[in-house]
Structures are given as C-alpha cells and as structure tokens.
Design a protein around this ligand. Structure first.
Ligand SMILES: Nc1ncnc2c1ncn2[C@@H]1O[C@H](COP(=O)(O)OP(=O)(O)OP(=O)(O)O)[C@@H](O)[C@H]1O
Ligand SMILES: CC(=O)N[C@H]1[C@@H]2OC[C@@H](O2)[C@@H](O)[C@@H]1O[C@H](C)C(=O)O
Length: 398
C-alpha cells in the first residue's frame, strides 16, 4: 500500500488532527496561515486555533498575481507559471512559519490550501449559459505537499460547482457547523475584498441557513487607493473620513442588477472594479470628484450594500446579532456606517465567538479539510446551496 494512503487512513481515525489552513483572498495582501487543532467532525467539530500569522506578499509577487487577477484577457504563460510559483511560494511560507513557531512539519497532519482565486465566473455574472458556473484557484497543492512533506488538500471550490453550487461562499459550511446557535439568530459578516455573510437563524426556529456574497467589501476602495494615490489601502479610513459622500454617484453605484438577484449569489472583482466606478462616474457626470470624496462614496457604497442585504435577509428577525470578521473590521468609518445603517442590531467583532476575526477564513479551510478526511458528506445539509459533498483534492508528498 502507498504509505500516504495508510497515513491518511490513520489521520482520519485520530480523535483530533493538526491542520494548517491557508487563505489568500481577493485583497492579495498576503497568505493567512492558521494552525488549528480539530477534534471530531460535523456538528461535533471542536476547532481550536493554536497559531495565526499573515505573511505579507512582496510587492513583486503581488504585482505578478495582479497581472492575471480577475482579468478577462491575459498572457497564458504567466498564468501557467503562477500556478506553480504560488504553490512553491506558499510551500516556502508554510515551512518558514512552522520553523518560527517551533513546530516541526512531521507534527502536522494536513495542509488545507485555498490557493489564489484568479477568476470567478458564475453564470449569473457572465450571462453566458453555454458554460457552467466556474471559478479558478491557482497555486497547485502538489507543490505544497512536496515542499513541506505534508499531505495537502487543495482546490476546494470545484466540487461545490460540480454538485450544483457557484463555488462560494464556502464559509457556509464552517459557519453552520461551528457557530449556529440554538437560540440566537446570527449573521456572520466577513468584510474582505468582497463582503459576504452567512445567515444562521436560531436552530430552534427550523429556518434555513444560507451564505451569500453581498458586493464589494474593501476591493473598490483598495483598487482606487492603489491606482490614484499609490497606497495599498486607506488605512484607518484616513482619506475617506475627510471626504463627502456624493449621493448621486452612490445611487448609481448601487444601481446594478447584481443587487436585485435573489440570495444566495456570488461575485468578485470581475464586476466590482475601477471600470464599474468609471461607468458610474460617467453616467452621473461626477468624473471631477476629489479623491477623498470618491473614497467617502466608495466606503458608503460598501456599507449600504452590506446593510441592505442584511436587512433583506433578516427583516423579520428580532434579537439579531451580527458578528464581523475580515480586514474591513479594521476600517472604523465603514464599521460606523454599518452600525448606523443597522440601528437597533448588535454589531460586534467576531472574536466574541472565540476565533480571531482575521483568521476566520484560513481556519474555515482547515475545517473543510477535516470534513473531507473525517466527516460525512451530508453534514451541512441544513444550509441552502451547500451541496452535501466533501471538498478538495488530495496531494501526497511523494
Ligand atoms: N487598518 C485598516 N484600515 C482600513 N482598512 C483595512 C485595515 N486593515 C485591513 N483593511 C482592509 O482589509 C483588507 C484585507 O482584508 P482581508 O484580508 O479580509 O481580505 P481577503 O481575505 O483578501 O478578502 P476576501 O475575503 O474577499 O477573499 C485590506 O486590503 C484593507 O482594505
Ligand atoms: C471565488 C472566491 O474566491 N470567492 C471568495 C471571495 O472572498 C469573499 C467572497 O468572495 C467569498 O465568496 C469567497 O471566499 C470565502 C472564503 C468563501 O468562500 O466563503
């Protein structure tokens, strides 16, 4: 028998597993690395985060990814090269981080690698029904397995699509398994490049859970800051806070069919990009708006889309509790606007649920790998659009 088949069998039967979850999101800021201890599976899963670190990408590496990221026309040689390069870089970052933590590779049971999304193309976005829903994450898992000597599970989104989904948001599974409460109705809002939330009505209510993308989180603000001001982000909303919202531009930004689509739905920077902003500015004659006013408006755009979606999903619910994770949690202006828009609803940081907000998505992929080796496919069947599948492909180190 292949030694790794036997090893995987042993790992699957352990009462707990040490899994390194990896996430590189749409912000391209770096690789989130979460060392998690997972016991059990399904609704009995206990996830404990032991270590977490974001390893920032170098400027050069980030720009290499940007050369193909969410673009419809690209150089295929670059895409091919990046598929291998990202796998290698992630392998090196995991090795370095484990050394830094004083953890040996042999102690780790599995790596769970999301990879880098370079294009997301649900039919609802492309309008082209000759092709199925599709999404592409690169950074091949074989490179991670060989570089680290650790069995690696990667490329989680394809099975979701094969089973009828859009490949996202996969947060639905972990959010439901770990955080659905018997009595409390919860919205778990993640504000990354794209904002998404999981709606978890109290289990006792018997109502369906679902996870959906909402629209832009930080991506438009980041893209604008990079293009116009040469900065990676509007740290602490210093620029947006000095601007004035253009109501006419805000209305134009919010006027897109995506916002009227029923839940659950997904999107990406393929739609929410600088062209989207330029079109709205042109339609409203606001091309001359000062940069801080544009930033104030983009911040209001993200906040309004988030508030409207949460209200639409939860309208009739009382005692609603919103828990926020993702980089947008660190943007005070954005958070204030969301709180103002959701007046009467408790909006707090995700760490109230016992998990570091910045680490949530990386930990989620550790949980998905745990389900794949030790769970049952049907474990999240209470969630709408969460097909009962085990996700990810398994790479052996040899
Ligand atoms: N102090 C801060 N002030 C303002 N914005 C911040 C701050 N810290 C982080 N952010 C925002 O958060 C972003 C990173 O968020 P995060 O790491 O959650 O994104 P991601 O995981 O790449 O996205 P996604 O979930 O869409 O894949 C940054 O690009 C920035 O826009
Ligand atoms: C295709 C893709 O990479 N989508 C990401 C992205 O970032 C946020 C949002 O858009 C979400 O749908 C998803 O990631 C999270 C981890 C998810 O699948 O739940």
């Amino acid at each position: 028998m292949n030694e790794y088949v036997e090893k995987l069998y042993t790992i699957a039967r352990q009462d707990h597993r040490l899994i390194v979850g990896l996430m590189s999101g749409t912000s391209l800021d770096g690789l989130d690395i979460a060392l998690c201890r997972l016991a059990g599976s399904g609704r009995n899963t206990v996830l404990e985060m032991l270590r977490f670190e974001t390893r920032a990408y170098s400027h050069t590496f980030r720009n290499k990814i940007r050369s193909v990221f969410s673009k419809r026309t690209i150089d295929q040689q670059l895409l091919c090269g990046l598929h291998a390069l990202i796998g290698q870089v992630h392998g090196t970052l995991v090795n370095e981080t484990l050394v830094q933590w004083g953890v040996s590779n042999a102690e780790i049971d599995l790596i769970a690698s999301h990879g880098q999304t370079v294009f997301h193309a649900p039919q609802s976005l492309t309008g082209n029904y000759d092709y199925p829903n599709s999404t592409l994450q690169i950074g091949d898992g074989d490179h991670l397995a060989v570089a680290t000597g650790i069995i690696t599970i990667s490329d989680f989104r394809q099975k979701h699509i094969a089973a009828g989904g859009e490949g996202a948001p996969l947060a639905a599974y972990g959010d439901y398994l770990l955080f659905a409460s018997e009595q409390e109705t919860r919205v778990l809002l993640n504000i990354g490049g794209i904002a998404n939330f999981t709606f978890l009505p109290a289990i006792d209510s018997g109502r369906p859970c679902f996870a959906t993308d909402v629209g832009p989180g930080n991506t438009l603000m980041d893209q604008y800051m990079q293009a116009k001001l040469g900065m990676e982000m509007d740290r602490d909303a210093r620029v947006a806070a000095t601007g004035t919202i253009s109501e006419v531009l805000l209305r134009a930004l919010l006027n897109h069919d995506f916002f009227a689509l029923p839940f659950p739905k997904t999107t990406g920077p393929e739609l929410f990009n600088l062209q989207y902003l330029a079109d709205a500015q042109q339609a409203t004659g606001t091309e001359g708006l000062a940069e801080n006013d544009v930033m104030a408006t983009l911040s209001a755009f993200s906040a309004s889309a988030i508030v409207a979606s949460i209200q639409r999903a939860t309208g009739q619910y009382e005692n609603l509790q919103v828990y926020v994770s993702g980089g947008g949690l660190h943007n005070p202006l954005l958070l204030d606007r969301i709180r103002d828009g959701l007046a009467g609803v408790r909006v707090s940081s995700f760490d109230e649920l016992g998990l570091l907000p910045d680490a949530k998505e990386a930990a989620l992929f550790a949980l998905l790998a745990n389900e794949t080796v030790a769970g049952k496919a049907a474990d999240a069947s209470a969630v709408m659009n969460a097909p009962a599948v085990c996700m990810g492909k398994i790479s052996f180190p040899k």
